[in-house]
Design a protein around this ligand. Sequence first.
Ligand code: GTP
Ligand code: MG
Length: 578
Amino acid sequence: MCIGGSKQELSVSLCRLHMRGRVVLVRSLQKADTFLQRSIGTDVAAAQAEAPPRDGSDEKDGCKSLHALQVERQEQAERSVLINCQSRTNEKKFLKYLSNHGDIKKYFFYESYGLYAVVEFAKRENVASLLEGAVIPSVSHESTVPFKSRLLSLRNLSLVDLSNQQSGLQCQPQTTIPINEFIQRLSKEESIDQQITSLTEAYQLTEENSRLRFLVCSLLKDIAAAYFPECTIKPFGSSVNGFGKLGCDLDMFLDLDGISGRNVKMPKSGLSLEYQMKRANSERAVTQSILSVIGECVDQFGPGCVGVQKILNARCPLVRFAHQPSGFQCDLTANNRVAMKSTELLYLYGQLDPRVRSLVFTVRCWARAHGVTSSIPGAWISNFSLTVMVLFFLQKRSIPIIPTLDHLRDLAGPADKSVIEGNDCTFVSDFSKIQLKSNTETLEQLLCEFFEFYATFPFSRMSLNIRKGKEQNKPEVAPLHIQNPFETSLNVSKNVNATQLDRFVALCQESSWLLQQRETNTPRGGANMTTAWGLATLLLPSQVAGIKSRKKRRREPASERIKGLLESLKNKNQPKTG
Ligand code: GTP
Ligand code: MG
């Protein structure tokens, strides 16, 4: 059911906006589904027995709470295995062999340091049966750690069809094309709105990539379960908040709430038994020791896990490593429930109106293209801070597109109550209670206004606050102050220095200006179809925001800078003579 669903009191615009979002979602799911239908071989018994679900079932994802989505994906992942195949694996024989252990619900192939298949069985028993039949690798001069996992290698030579040089396997891409190549494609679009939608569709996480992320969490959980059998490992951050780009890192959260007794009611009278447990000085010390041990296990026993680093003294202790079979850079944390709440909140905002996702996505890509954000920690603006900045801007429209966090808290029911380490993290989980205003601004308008907004924002005095949807006087000295939505005494952009903020502002000024010029905001017709225009122009290297030339340019009046830009654009677009 859509957010609007049967609640008549919900505004028509809410449903209309949802339908718009669904069109994008349905289109990308159709692509995935077409592939799945094509790749489930026609004469594979297992695949025929249960055809992949059609769009209708997956489409509901658009209205599911993050919690419901996670439960469903985790359950799928538990029934899945990851198999390293040989490059000329015969697909039909491979599936036939696997289907001896049970029905295959879905599968796909991808490449990452070799060819891999993700195979989802109908039942967990099927996986158990498959593992039962798997053998320990025979090695001549090395030894192996006898840890059995659901990461397997296909070794049966008779399954390799050597007569067929071209395997013909369709691989699902897990990375994106470079932005400079994509700029040409963008230039062929007919409007800036279409460019934004096209960028979002091309770079967002695919259905397969999302499945792979949950599967990696599930494989990691099998390792952690050696110590904590009731634990779960959940993805958070951009892997699940709706703003993830193909290739983004995989943030994972080791959830021990099932064991910690946090959610268990103590009996009020009579006898009862309690576990004797080792005590530590603080919750942080417990997190550090758990991560230290799990990190050691991942390092020593985790198949495919390489470059393990334990970063236990960070504000949020973590274990970082690369999972080679998936190609994911992984960060494993524990006791990080506030970050999980931030993820839920971002997901909710992204689901409320499709323009939220598209705008956040576009601004994230724009920022990355100009080096405003980076995957390396430093004084730059983080993707999380940037997302909060977009949300704040959307709250500040004259007709707000999204509600404030305080409003979402006021709509919360008793089951939504959440206090983490003394911080109120309560907000509504039932989307149908949220009534949106009927703002009809286009993506092009919003993008342009976003740049205008931050080109002139009084960063030196004011702090951004999405709880109230208002700027407030800065409580402390920092170039950029964005109040942490849940730990309200913290600044999420504390790391950002003045140079990086200046670059961001200069880029916003430039992009806002570019979007107001006829030369850049109208599509090129005819032979000039590949000349960059609109969003494509914004992704090209900047002319004003280079750090080295920044000081010199600062002294120029803005009008001079703009004149210079205009001249350079004119020269670029003039037909060459002689
Ligand atoms: P990318 O990995 O850059 O694609 O984006 P991301 O949103 O996953 O960011 P990141 O990996 O840096 O952080 C993961 C999640 O941790 C974020 O989505 C937030 O939920 C949370 N997080 C990151 N930084 C902060 C912060 O400064 N404060 C708070 N409260 N949460 C943060
Ligand atoms: Mg991340």
